[in-house]
Design a protein around this ligand. Structure first.
Ligand code: PLP
Length: 385
């Protein structure tokens, strides 16, 4: 057992600028949604480009819920998505009384297999939610093509995908209805908890903006800063409490400025893992390339028969050596609620199930030193013999 300090699976990278900006918010007296949230939205839409509007929310889960509501999802509708995701992607569908229809993943990328989508479409299908697993873009051209053919909406779950690209275009700027990013503590940039909806559709943007704050027709900042009476507002729908606070946006403004620096470090770590582990028997994540950006939110290896150790034992031994690992994901179809609700069996989605059985997420984050990276590599190599 190593005497070294425990290397956590993930850590946020917060520097002095974020701290000072939070202090500034606290001192300013404006701690909930206000000028910093507005600035974060403007900066984010400028970063994505393509004239998208950005709507800040307090989680990607909230953002996904709002976008589905905004495109008019109703009870009984069906939405196609992947079982190889976090439960948030599918739970928001249930919030609206609609049903997720799972489509198995591609065994290499772990992204939804576009060739299988068409078979899952029924007269009830209204939308597709692709998830860019680990930060590698789905085959969006294929997905958009099938969506157009059947008049379906596309909402991208880009929780892992800042700053990923698809055919050279930033995720968020593609020709889909909306894209939702997550700023949870472990993501490629963070606000602690937080998320961002981006869309080029002004109606979706407007609806999300209103519904993120109780269905009130004017947001709080406008109410207190406009010339008409500040106490007056109207409610046009039973909305939600999903607004991002300025305290969180203060962190986000500075995190966003560092997105490329953070990305470069993640990519360096991924490249180092790829190089060092290529001699081992394990299967590495799909190769990165020069013309596409992989966000490298996660670095997922797969054990196989030659590994001589089970996935669970592997994680156990890594932990006993002071290295935190994780599993992405336990597929939804084997989790109690989803399994029972839709009578699903393990082998209904064999690629998702097999991916899960062998997957290990290694630590990959900007605060890791080169020594930390080498420590992970030597542990993996020693365990695999
Ligand atoms: C694929 C995916 N979608 C959605 C979410 C939800 O993000 P948030 O925690 O910001 O609600 C996560 C969170 O980890 C995720 O991994």
């Amino acid at each position: 057992m190593s005497q070294k300090q425990f290397l956590p699976f993930a850590l946020p990278d917060i520097e002095e600028e974020e701290i000072q900006e939070v202090v500034d918010s606290l001192r300013s007296g404006w701690i909930t949604t206000g000028p910093k949230t507005k600035q974060f939205e403007q900066d984010f839409s400028a970063f994505i480009g393509g004239n998208v509007e950005a709507i800040a929310v307090n989680s990607a889960t909230a953002g996904l819920h709002l976008t589905l509501e905004a495109i008019g999802i109703n009870p009984g509708d069906e939405i196609i998505t992947t079982p190889y995701t976090f439960t948030a992607t599918a739970e928001v569908i249930r919030y609206l009384g609609a049903h997720p229809v799972f489509v198995d993943i591609d065994p290499v990328s772990f992204n939804i297999d576009p060739k299988k989508i068409e078979r899952a479409i029924t007269p009830q299908t209204k939308a597709i939610i692709p998830v860019h697993f680990a930060g590698l873009a789905c085959e969006m051209g294929e997905i958009i093509k099938v969506a157009r053919k059947y008049d379906l909406k596309v909402i991208e779950d880009a929780a892992h995908a800042l700053p990923a690209t698809s055919k050279g275009e930033k995720i968020g700027a593609l020709d889909t209805d909306a894209t939702v990013f997550s700023f949870y503590a472990t993501k490629t940039i963070t606000t602690g908890e937080g998320g961002m909806i981006v869309t080029r559709n002004p109606e979706i943007a407007e609806r999300c903006r209103i519904m993120r704050l109780h269905g009130i027709s004017r947001d709080v900042f406008d109410r207190y800063n406009s010339t008409s009476p500040s106490w007056h507002y109207d409610v046009i729908a039973p909305g939600y409490k999903y607004n991002l606070t300025d305290v969180a946006a203060a962190i986000g403004i500075h995190q966003l400025k560092k997105v490329w620096r953070f990305h470069e470090r993640r990519k360096q770590i991924a490249d180092r893992y790829n190089e060092a582990l290529s001699e081992s028997s394990i299967i590495l994540p799909p190769a990165d390339n020069d013309y596409e950006i992989h966000a490298w939110h996660l670095y997922v290896i797969r054990l196989n028969e030659q590994s001589r150790i089970s996935r669970d034992e592997f994680i156990q031994v890594m932990s006993s050596r002071g290295i935190g690992c994780s599993v992405h994901f336990i597929p939804l179809h084997i989790l109690t609620y989803w399994k029972e609700k839709y009578s699903l069996k393990e082998m209904d989605y064999p690629n998702a199930y097999n991916a899960y059985k062998h997957a290990v997420s290694l630590p990959i984050y900007t605060k890791m030193s080169d020594e930390d990276v080498d420590r992970v590599i030597s542990s993996v190599m020693e365990i695999l013999g």
